[in-house]
Design a binder for this molecule. Structure first.
Ligand code: IMP
Ligand code: MG
Length: 195
């Protein structure tokens, strides 16, 4: 039994290298290995630090997807920094304008430190534009750092200050990103397998 177990792990990890897997009903194949992602995140941390010229940033990580990215980026950041983990939520406002967006967990009074929003992925850019509006309403500018960016489908006009990887319009999971709640714990990033 023990031998069968060991052989099966060997078969999956070494022969297939976990290069293909199923999440819910969909087949995914490996797209970016964790080593490459982590190297890029370290570069990004240094890039951000250099651009700040000694100022202490307040990172605002957007949950859920950005928690892995934020955790690696923070530990690679070569200087002082602050962080808040926030969640975007929308609720019915009292006025006829309809939905109101709010960042749950954001301190009402933010320090004067430069704000850098950490996103896992910018796709159409709708989420980003809601976040940007919230900061504008507070009279604060923010910069955006996203690990993944899909330029083919981006509809926003806001400049994205720091981009980890520009990727084609494929659905990806892993390294914090999910497909219907699963896949966030995968170390590598996987894309939908081509049929
Ligand atoms: P938006 O279209 O830029 O507003 O992106 C909305 C949200 O959709 C992102 O914050 C992600 O949570 C999710 N999303 C977009 N593309 C992907 C993907 O390829 N994989 C997993 N989640 C995605
Ligand atoms: Mg997200």
């Amino acid at each position: 039994m023990f031998l069968v177990c060991i052989m099966s792990i060997y078969f999956n990890v070494f022969l297939f290298g976990m290069k293909k897997l199923k999440v819910h009903d969909l087949d995914f194949e490996i797209y970016l290995e964790d080593r490459l992602i982590k190297e890029r995140v370290v570069d990004l941390a240094v890039e951000i630090h250099q651009s700040l010229k000694g100022q202490v940033p307040h990172f605002v990580a957007i949950l859920n997807g950005s928690f892995v990215f934020a955790s690696d980026l923070l530990r690679a950041f070569p200087g002082d920094c602050e962080i808040s983990f926030v969640k975007l939520s929308s609720y019915d406002g009292l006025e006829s304008s309809g939905k109101v967006n709010k960042l749950i967990g954001l301190k009402e009074v933010l320090s004067e430190n430069p704000i850098i929003v950490l996103e896992d992925i910018v796709d159409t850019g709708k989420t980003l534009s809601k976040i940007d509006d919230i900061f504008k309403q507070k009279g604060r500018a923010c910069e955006i750092a996203t690990l993944f960016y899909k330029p083919e489908v981006y509809q926003g006009n806001r400049h994205i200050n720091f981009v980890g990887f520009e990727i084609p319009n494929n659905f990806i999971v892993g390294y914090g990103l999910d497909y219907n709640g699963l896949g966030r714990n995968l170390n590598h990033v996987y894309q939908l397998a081509k049929a």
